[in-house]
Design a protein. Structure first.
Length: 157
């Protein structure tokens, strides 16, 4: 009986501690590109986190893509607002853009001729799916604990 009360109190204490944990600041990173004028002008990219916070001072690498081969064209750092500007290379219409900061990475492919840009879709689930998965994980752990506790009580009887 004392063990059961101790286990219950420990479970409640853990539950209360979990409720007191402050939310973490995990972000998914995004990058977008646009021309500052006509096709011969500069290309400006913007990098930001989920929620709209700019990726300030993020490492930026621009690759030219010719015949499926990538080659580093420009490297630099975004400004405080997450912007980075570069001039396109003459007769090159395809670029691959990568922006990184503290473990967060955003990628996109840019085709100036076809007007197509594709960002990295990433391997992440949408936010609502991650929340549901987290609750499912916790319910599963609670279920395992209940099964273990019930078997232990049955063996003691």
């Amino acid at each position: 009986m004392v063990k059961m009360r101790t286990v219950t109190l420990l479970g409640l204490a853990i539950l209360l501690m979990m409720l007191c944990i402050s939310p973490v600041s995990a972000h998914k990173a995004f990058v977008g590109a646009f021309l500052t004028g006509d096709a011969d002008d500069e290309i400006q990219i913007k990098a930001w986190y989920e929620g709209g916070v700019p990726m300030a001072n993020a490492e930026t690498t621009i690759y030219t893509v010719e015949d499926g081969e990538k080659e580093v064209y420009v490297e630099g750092v975004t400004d405080d607002q997450g912007f980075f500007t570069f001039e396109p290379e003459y007769k090159v219409t395809k670029y691959s853009i990568k922006v990184e900061q503290t473990g967060h990475r955003a990628k996109m492919d840019l085709d100036l001729e076809g007007g197509v840009s594709t960002g990295s879709t990433g391997e992440e689930l949408p936010l609502f799916a991650r929340i549901i998965a987290g609750f499912g994980y916790l319910v599963g752990l609670a279920g395992i604990a209940m099964i273990y506790s019930a078997r232990k009580m049955r063996n003691e009887s």
